[in-house]
Design a protein. Structure first.
Length: 752
């Protein structure tokens, strides 16, 4: 037998060690991510007293795959519509926290005398809190349903998105040298915006259509393969245009997040993500050098204190600016004093580019381990610290601090003016249609032109390529020029004041100019027209596009199909009763809000009515609806029964909701410790003259009541069983087939 490949041996060592260590961490109620890191440290070459991994290159490849699937899963939990509906509040909090923590990171690096690259990457690592670890801490502490936890998760989602952008920017700076030219930075940001818009719009347009067409052919196995195939394809595509594979996988995850199959894909991908994610975090622990940690102990303490105090102070300030009162802001800020997976990913990026010092990685991992252990204590400590401040500070100061939230632009009333929503929509439409038109032009001028030139003379090929390109981008150019020109805002501004007409006309002229620029560029590349002739032809083409009915129909049809695909998830949720209630957001300004609690499969609540549970009397909460599979029971009555796996929408305060969730988790049937005694057995019994069943019926024999068994049937011949009437009298020679638990069958057999 040939030797086992080193990759298999290393994988076995990783998984065995990770399995043992994570079981211990699970017992100690610590985050599993820490267990993976400790497992990696145990099997690393830096700890020579234990077995260590031999083939590091293969493990690094697996770790890269782990990062890719981690970000793919993160994208599946990300929703563009969700971010747009958040408003400015979480954006203000996220930007305040990120820039403050980045400043602290740069200051710490300057204080330590590190290089500029070490400072930039340390700033990036300190800017991002760990979504995974904080979410797990909220879950373990029973705080997931509380209002401040939802605010924290909103900011963490935005931080994750900005972390993806930061990785691209840091890569650009690294490739451009320590200084990083302004031109390369702007070019990188332009590429990010261009490809994000292009991939997202194209993905939302084509992928839901593809999934609908093949829905009858897809089961869970096929859906998993298709989802992973799309993830890997986008990762390869991102690498080809100069981005990281992780960036591409995140984009594909965010596209699939808008489809009906998003939740199913997320569930199917989770085991794959857990496997490769575990390998990634183990590889993180393998890079921890205890000697470096001992040498850099002072740096570790400084960075840890900078995170704890900096995140607590600036996190609180960020949430204050976003419109939260001081107590809520402190609970949010203290909860985010932790660094995790993105710190590791950014550090791995720096190592792979060979632009950061070797000591920085183990330092950041050690700091993350320390702050992870301190996370529950920071969350619990927010309220006592607030109470201490409230007692020690003058009430006027507390009142003034709380008034900071009054100036936060959490809600914008569009009824106060039409200019802002109109210009915003025009800018978004122009950006999207410009990106789509640019992509078509690039493809046609590179691939299309060369293909046509292989079929016909170059002159005719160029003219045909120009005509095809114009036809393809015509619906987008028309939408760019005409969109919002007949909207309610445009008409209201036009009629409302004559002073508005000049700027409104300018918005139309500017968009016409952009459309003409595309047409002129195509002609300049494929024809020999003079500049004056190109301008005249471009203006005529734009006028023809605007007044063409067929192009108008194509433009409207494409836009409607895109909107339908984008809203398909919400439409399905509304149809199946899983759409969140409209009144939910209106409760957030008060002490009560709505939360969803899941009924476990072994809950003692299952089978009971709401009247029997007495939730209003016990906890002071109200049940607004019950979601059961594809059904939704709104305003349930006291006679409605709770079933396992039900989702109950409950309205109450943070304390009330926490009490409901804790009680629901506690009131469960205990797991059975002995399974053998409940094993079912099917056995054959023969009625004899001395049998106590002789001459008795099924009722008088008390087979079910006395012996807890059930008669399956009366044997007829060798193959058939006949159903026995309850009044049938057993007689000698009858062959009965009886089913029951093992101990009951044995007790019954003693009487035969």
């Amino acid at each position: 037998m040939s030797d086992i490949p080193s990759l298999v041996r290393d994988l076995a060592l990783i998984l065995v060690t990770a399995g043992i260590v994570t079981l211990i961490f699970k017992k100690l109620k610590q985050p599993l991510v820490l267990g993976y890191i400790v497992a990696g440290f145990i099997i690393s070459p830096n700890l020579p007293i234990t077995m260590s991994v031999t083939d590091h290159e293969n493990i690094e490849t697996w770790a890269d795959i782990g990062v890719m699937f981690l970000l793919f899963a993160l994208g599946l939990d990300f929703s563009v519509k969700k971010i747009l509906k958040m408003g400015m509040a979480p954006i203000i909090a996220a930007l305040t926290i990120i820039f403050s923590m980045m400043t602290i990171g740069i200051m710490v690096a300057e204080f330590q005398g590190w290089s500029k690259m070490d400072g930039l990457f340390l700033a990036g690592m300190l800017a991002m809190s760990s979504t995974t670890i904080i979410y797990k801490a909220f879950d373990n502490m029973g705080l997931k349903q509380q209002q401040f936890a939802s605010l924290v998760m909103s900011v963490l989602i935005l931080e994750d998105i900005l972390a993806i952008v930061m990785m691209v920017v840091l890569t650009t700076i690294a490739k451009g040298g320590e200084g990083g030219s302004d031109g390369s930075m702007l070019s990188s940001l332009f590429d990010i915006v261009f490809f994000l818009v292009l991939w997202f719009v194209a993905g939302i347009f084509f992928i839901p259509i593809f999934l609908r067409k093949v829905r009858k052919l897809i089961n869970e196995e096929v859906l998993l393969i298709v989802a992973l195939a799309l993830c890997c394809a986008m990762a390869v595509c991102a690498s080809m245009v100069g981005f990281s594979s992780a960036f591409g996988s995140f984009v594909m995850g965010s596209i699939l997040a808008e489809t009906i199959e998003a939740k199913k894909i997320e569930k199917l991908v989770e085991p794959v993500k857990n496997l490769f994610g575990a390998i990634f975090f183990v590889s993180v622990g393998m890079l921890v050098d205890i000697n470096v940690v001992m040498q850099q102990w002072l740096t570790i303490i400084i960075i840890t204190l900078a995170i704890i105090f900096g995140q607590s102070i600036f996190g609180t300030f960020g949430f204050l600016l976003s419109g939260q009162p001081l107590k809520t802001a402190m609970r949010c800020g203290f909860s985010m004093a932790q660094k995790g997976e993105f710190a590791f990913i950014i550090a791995s990026l720096g190592l792979s580019l060979n632009i950061i010092s070797d000591f920085l990685y183990p330092v950041v991992v050690t700091v993350s381990v320390i702050t992870t252990f301190s996370t529950p204590y920071m969350i619990r400590g927010a309220v006592p610290v607030y109470n201490l401040l409230e007692r020690s500070m003058p009430k006027a100061w507390i009142s003034r601090i709380n008034k900071i939230s009054d100036i936060a632009p959490t809600n914008y009333d569009h009824s106060q003016g039409y200019w802002r929503p109109l210009l915003t929509q025009m800018a978004i439409n122009t950006l999207i249609y410009s990106v789509l038109s640019s992509a078509i032009v690039i493809i046609m001028l590179t691939l299309g032109e060369s293909f046509l030139e292989s079929l016909m003379p170059a002159k005719w090929a160029d003219l045909l390529c120009a005509a095809i390109t114009l036809l393809l981008i015509a619906p987008f150019l028309r939408a760019m020029v005409m969109k919002k020109t007949r909207s309610e805002e445009f008409r209201a501004l036009w009629i409302g004041s004559r002073h508005n007409r000049a700027p409104l006309t300018f918005t139309v002229i500017a968009r016409v100019a952009i459309a003409m620029a595309y047409i002129c560029y195509i002609f300049s590349q494929l024809t020999q027209f003079s500049n004056a002739m190109m301008l005249c032809v471009a203006l005529c083409v734009v006028v023809a596009i605007v007044y063409s009915r067929s192009i108008k129909r194509s433009s409207i049809r494409l836009e409607r199909l895109f909107v339908q695909n984008l809203q398909s998830k919400d439409l399905a949720a509304r149809a199946t009763g899983k759409k969140r209630p409209l009144f939910e957001g209106k409760l957030l300004d008060r002490d009560i809000h709505i939360a969803t609690v899941d009924v476990p499969q072994d809950s003692t609540w299952a089978g009971k009515t709401l009247k029997e549970l007495k939730l209003a009397q016990r906890f002071g909460v109200h049940v607004s609806s019950i979601v059961r599979g594809h059904r939704k029971i709104n305003i349930p009555s006291g006679d409605d029964i709770i079933f396992p796996y039900d989702q109950i929408n409950v309205i109450g305060s943070d304390a009330q909701l926490a009490a409901v969730n804790a009680t629901l988790q506690d009131e469960q049937y205990p797991e059975p410790t002995e399974f053998g005694i409940h094993e079912m057995q099917l056995r054959r019994f023969a009625i004899t003259p001395l049998c106590p069943f002789d001459g008795k019926s099924l009722i008088t024999s008390q087979l079910r009541d006395k012996y807890n068994c059930m008669l399956v049937g009366l044997e007829e011949g060798r193959e058939n069983l006949t159903t026995v009437s309850p009044l049938y009298l057993f007689k000698p020679g009858d062959i009965l087939w009886i089913v029951g638990e093992d101990q009951d069958i044995k007790r019954l057999a003693e009487n035969f």
